[in-house]
Design a protein around this ligand. Structure first.
Ligand code: ADP
Ligand code: MG
Ligand code: ZN
Length: 194
């Protein structure tokens, strides 16, 4: 495929857990794939929740994916002929993902990166916020608040843990709106039980 002058940009899909980021990534990648535009999708090697070599949404949509440990590994794994590069769970990559995205966009590739913009304490979850500032297109997805049905923009941890990342624990998180979000809730629950 020839590189066209209008190719090479960064798209970012952000939002809390359950907001449909992976679904949207899978949808965008699949339509390129169907049109025979060469794509490659990557995921952090630590995310083995549903499958090792696939991105799988909570609604069980999936697309093939290459697990990589670092942003450097990602860069090295991109084929010359690839035009569209998908990345899921971008927040689990090192800050080098920012440079890698810029290098690939500069080389005429279209990046589609999905990831959490906020951690469970409501803090910026780098490198996603920085990527948003360097992206041509930003889509902010919302979930449905698990408590009241309102617009869910936060990820609420509902089990007690001081780890930034609690992976694969089903029922460990809920989407919450600004009224129902309370980052201290999990620790309070634990205190209540004790
Ligand atoms: P993300 O990648 O943002 O975590 P996914 O794309 O994996 O989200 O999953 C989105 C799907 O999650 C929805 O289409 C829906 O089937 C399911 N889902 C479960 N809980 C919720 C919720 N509270 N709000 C919206 N979707 C939810
Ligand atoms: Mg996801
Ligand atoms: Zn709510």
């Amino acid at each position: 495929m020839h590189r066209r002058a209008d190719q090479g940009w960064i798209e970012v899909i952000v939002g809390p857990m359950f907001s449909g980021k992976s679904e949207e990534l899978i949808r965008r990648i699949t339509r390129y794939h169907l049109a025979r535009v060469p794509t490659q999708t990557f995921k952090p090697a630590l995310d083995t929740r549903y499958a090792v070599t696939e991105v799988v949404s909570h609604s069980r949509l999936s697309t093939e994916a290459i697990p990589v440990a670092t942003s450097d590994d990602l860069l090295k794994s991109v084929d010359d002929r690839t035009v569209v590069v998908g990345v899921d769970e971008g927040q689990f990559f090192d800050d080098g993902l920012l440079d890698v995205a810029e290098i690939l966009a500069g080389a005429g590739k279209n990046l589609i990166i999905a990831g959490l913009d906020l951690d469970y304490l409501g803090r910026p979850f780098e490198p996603i916020p920085s990527l948003m500032l360097r992206a041509e297109y930003v889509t902010k997805a919302l979930a449905v608040c698990h408590k009241c049905g309102g617009p869910g923009l936060f990820t609420q941890r509902v089990v007690q843990s001081d780890e930034l990342v609690v992976l694969g624990a089903t029922g460990a998180y809920e989407a919450r709106c600004r009224r129902c979000y309370d980052p201290t809730e999990a620790s309070q629950q634990t205190l209540d039980v004790e």
